[in-house]
Design a protein around this ligand. Structure first.
Ligand code: ADP
Length: 231
């Protein structure tokens, strides 16, 4: 059982790398932003409550977030563990989390602010399945259509210059101090998020002390990741 948190500024690839690690280690990927967006898109009561806050790039209240995270984790569908992305983002959320869960590691994806704007403004999302694209180096095969399901690619409501400026400022003011808190507990591995995706992923795997092992009889060419211990 492994429990990881992944942190990093907007556009650093938290969603992408969480999904890759989740697949390799059979972890459940919990994207708090994705859960919130699902609620907005599906016009739930919660969605109505948080829509404007999210579109402006501000943080949703700690009470709401703690409710969402507790509810998700209480489903206990994470037999082999989980990787949580987008949480915690404030000191209170960090305390709440550490009271209930022990962590195996915090993955910090480092990306300079100068690169954030370029990446985020080029980001597109499939309106049907949620798959992420980037028009710089991960464009869909057909313009504006999702490769996986053919759904329409849209820009996130908060991927605008104004909302991004708020999100980035909030990250540095509220979320960075948590990283320092986790660093003091020696949970954190920091990985440069600028190289291409596979290299970043390989560095995460190496720094977490996980090794990639190919079964001797395998002819599929698929590389599995096997854990060798705690981060
Ligand atoms: P990003 O990291 O790119 O800003 P996310 O998808 O993780 O995007 O989050 C989108 C928005 O959802 C945030 O700007 C914020 O409004 C809200 N949100 C997500 N996670 C949290 C959280 N832990 N605490 C408060 N608000 C959150």
């Amino acid at each position: 059982m492994r429990k990881y948190v992944i942190m990093g500024v907007q556009g650093s690839g938290k969603g992408t790398h969480s999904a890759m690690l989740a697949e390799d280690l059979d972890l459940v990927h919990i994207g708090v932003g994705d859960i919130l967006r699902w609620n907005v898109q599906n016009h739930t009561k919660l969605g109505a409550q948080i829509r404007r806050t999210m579109a402006a790039g501000s943080l949703v209240s700690d009470d709401v977030i703690e409710g969402v995270v507790s509810e998700r984790l209480s489903q206990h569908d994470w037999n082999y563990g989980f990787i949580i992305d987008g949480f915690p983002r404030s000191e209170r959320q960090a305390e709440f989390f550490l009271e209930s869960y022990d962590l195996d590691g915090v993955i910090h994806l480092y990306l300079p602010d100068s690169e954030v704007r370029r990446r985020v403004l080029a980001r597109r999302l499939c309106a049907s399945c949620g798959m992420d694209y980037n028009l710089i180096d991960n464009s869909p095969h057909a313009d504006g259509k999702c490769d996986a399901c053919g759904g329409e690619l849209i820009q996130r409501e908060d991927d605008t210059e104004e909302a991004l400026a708020v999100r980035l400022r909030t990250y540095h003011e509220e979320t960075n101090p948590i990283l320092e808190l986790f660093e003091r507990k020696e949970y954190v591995i920091t990985v440069d998020a600028r190289p291409e995706m596979e290299l970043v992923q390989a560095e995460i795997v190496a720094k977490l002390g996980l090794s990639t092992v190919l079964p001797p009889s395998s002819s599929s060419g698929v590389t599995r990741v096997e854990g060798t211990g705690r981060a």
